[in-house]
Design a protein around this ligand. Sequence first.
Ligand SMILES: [Zn+2]
Ligand SMILES: [Zn+2]
Ligand SMILES: [Zn+2]
Length: 222
Amino acid sequence: MNNISPASRARTPGKSPSQNARVQVTPVAPAEEHLGKLCSTCGTAILSSDTIVVCPVCSQPYHHDCWKEIGGCGTYGCTAAPVATLKEDVPEDVFTPGWTAEKKCPECGSSIIANALVCKVCRSTFPTERPMTKEEWRDREYDEKELNKIKTNVIIQFILSTLGCLFFIMLPINALAAFTDSWIFRVKRLPPTLKVLFYASFAISALWAAIAAVFILYSMVF
Ligand SMILES: [Zn+2]
Ligand SMILES: [Zn+2]
Ligand SMILES: [Zn+2]
């Protein structure tokens, strides 16, 4: 256990994840010395039935799932810690050690320890230990894993939108995504390049629809 305050343990933002090569660990059964220790990622005690990994750098034990979930050690300053990508815009001194020891998971609403990076109930992972509001959570940036899937979606949507004959499918899909902001991916959460690609798809499918409309009108008049 460490007694560093949650605020001082907040991760340094702004570094790319590639700067932090993932540390190789071996999942093992907990040894006597690990039992009852708290996994600092989810805040729950390590039981004899758990599979754990021990950080090769700072020797802190973690649930194997918790380690996988955040991609490294949860101890601040440990060189095996993963690097978060959220831009921190809240001043650190807002959170003092007197601040509540629990926070609400913004995904499932369960009470979890204040500095947890993984919800022990729904296993959502947080880019920061700072409690996130529902809005922040909803509008957070996609993490690497999600982003790879979504990138493919946006690119497919773009390719299909350029095919003129599909405008009657693609225009409603693109419009739904743009106006409801909840179709397959949330447009608001896309990184700028994908956002541009998405709006280009929207514009192209709208253009095809306009061309088709002109064509139909023209053939009706003449
Ligand atoms: Zn854990
Ligand atoms: Zn460590
Ligand atoms: Zn949760």
